[in-house]
Design a protein around this ligand. Structure first.
Ligand code: 5AD
Ligand code: SF4
Length: 438
């Protein structure tokens, strides 16, 4: 296998999976930029390719190897390849064995060390770094320079919940919150760099807590007074960490958008217990009642897994019932995927794929109906849309409503504007709107 021996001039970072990976991918790009490596032009091969991978489901993990294969040129050579993200963390050395074209394997807590690894790689030394070092990557990464109107800010990483199906506690490690002052500082820089909306990210973002015991609502409060920052969101949350203070923030802080992503995974208590979710369907619904009392127009979102080991048809029907009860605005739903090393992978009663397929179809049909109903109920409403990009048609713009709906409209606007519109027509995945004259 011949791997490149000259320093890369151009890079491409490909991020898969969750928004935290998108954030990490942006930070890696900034880091490479600081080394004088520039983004490869669209359609051109990059000297260095970073595959920022996801390990949450089997399909996502397998994709890495086919992607590596696709980078191979006809003469058998490849660009310089780094595998980052959660597959890197979970498989480490294994990737080196399976994919000789790969020069670097770097975990989510070690990617600030990429520049050193690249220098080694061009000398012909392959390196695996899956440390979770005490010095944090956040202290060594370069400052944020240029971002779009809606930017991510990772405030918390890792998970201590150990749901029995999930690899996150193993790949991302224990729950760690970034310090308050660092976050306010990074938020200000993001706003200076063009952000008007910040989405606070964490695998368990609502478990964020600083050394003084302040909870996420205190951080949101502090960010809300940054001049120029119009909108704040946060994701992903665990039902058990929805504190009274955070719920009250949805009532008291106007910059906090009326949207909550609160995964439930299943609607049946036996399944929830086997998943080690530590909440019941009723306690989850109770949290939603409290959130709705604080912010009646809140749009709700969730994650679902169908076909968890042992799930019966009657138990699955409880999930469908919960969906009807909640009236979600938008959701993600997945077939259960056995992840090596997790307790659920060896549980009895693994559900056949055909049964999972059929359940997923029924669940997704119910979720589509729910999204459509939610969107239709907002038709006629006036709201601000944060413009994120141009649409497919001339003069068309795309952006997000306060309820995180995708909205398109035509007229006078620019990226980064908050445009007042009236929502005029709704589908399950997007809405059209017309500008209200200022
Ligand atoms: N199989 C299927 N879905 C999973 N998720 C996490 N682990 C698995 C798994 N092993 C889903 C959960 C979680 C979302 C990010 O991914 O719904 O909330
Ligand atoms: Fe995974 Fe559960 Fe932690 Fe979410 S709360 S990251 S599903 S272990």
């Amino acid at each position: 296998m011949s791997r490149p021996t000259s320093p890369p001039k151009t890079y491409r970072v490909k991020s898969f999976g969750c928004q935290m990976n998108v954030y990490d991918g942006e930070r890696m790009a900034e880091l490479l930029g600081e080394q004088g490596i520039t983004p490869a032009p669209e359609g051109e091969e990059a000297d260095l390719v970073v595959l920022n991978t996801c390990h949450i489901r089997e399909k996502a993990a397998e994709k890495v190897y086919s992607d590596i294969g696709r980078l191979r040129r006809e003469d058998g050579t490849s660009p310089l390849i780094a595998v980052a993200g959660c597959v890197a963390q979970a498989e480490g050395e294994e990737i080196m064995k399976r994919a000789p074209a790969v020069s670097m394997v770097v975990g989510p807590q070690a990617y600030h060390r990429l520049p050193g690894m690249i220098a080694e790689a061009v000398e012909g030394r392959r390196a695996v770094d899956t440390d979770m070092p005490a010095e944090t990557k956040f202290d060594t990464l370069p400052a944020r320079r240029k971002v779009g109107p809606s930017a991510f800010l990772t405030v918390q990483e890792g998970c201590d919940k150990f749901c029995t199906y999930c690899v996150v506690p193993y790949t991302r490690g224990a729950e760690v919150s970034r310090p308050f002052a660092d976050l306010v500082e990074e938020a200000k820089r993001l706003v200076d760099a063009g952000a008007r909306e910040l989405t606070l990210l964490g695998q368990n973002v609502n478990a964020w807590r600083d050394a003084d015991g302040r909870g996420l609502e205190r951080l949101i409060e502090a960010l809300a007074v940054i001049p120029g920052l119009a909108r704040i969101r946060y994701t992903t949350s665990h039902p058990n960490d929805m504190t009274d203070g955070l719920i009250a923030a949805h009532r008291d802080i106007p910059q906090l958008m009326p949207f909550l992503h609160l995964p439930v995974q299943a609607g049946n208590d036996r399944v929830l217990k086997a998943m080690n979710r530590s909440h019941t369907a009723a306690s989850y619904l109770h949290v939603l009642d409290q959130v709705r009392a604080a912010r009646p127009d809140i749009a709700l979102s969730g994650d679902f897994i169908v076909g968890f080991p042992g799930e019966t048809e009657a138990e699955f029907a409880d999930t469908l019932r919960l969906v009807e009860q909640v009236g979600y605005a938008q959701c993600f739903s997945f077939k259960y995927s056995a992840r090596p090393g997790t307790p659920a992978a060896t549980m009895e009663g693994q559900v056949p794929t055909a049964v999972m397929d059929e359940r997923l179809q029924r669940l997704q049909a119910a979720l589509q109906r729910s999204s459509l109903a939610f969107n239709q109920a907002t038709v006629g409403q006036r709201c601000a849309v944060l413009v994120e990009r141009t649409g497919r048609h001339p003069g068309q713009w795309l952006g997000k409503s306060p309820w995180l709906q995708s909205v398109h409209f035509t007229g006078e606007a620019a990226i980064g504007d908050l445009v007042e519109v009236e929502l005029t027509e709704a589908g399950p995945n997007s809405l059209s709107a017309r500008i209200i004259a200022a």
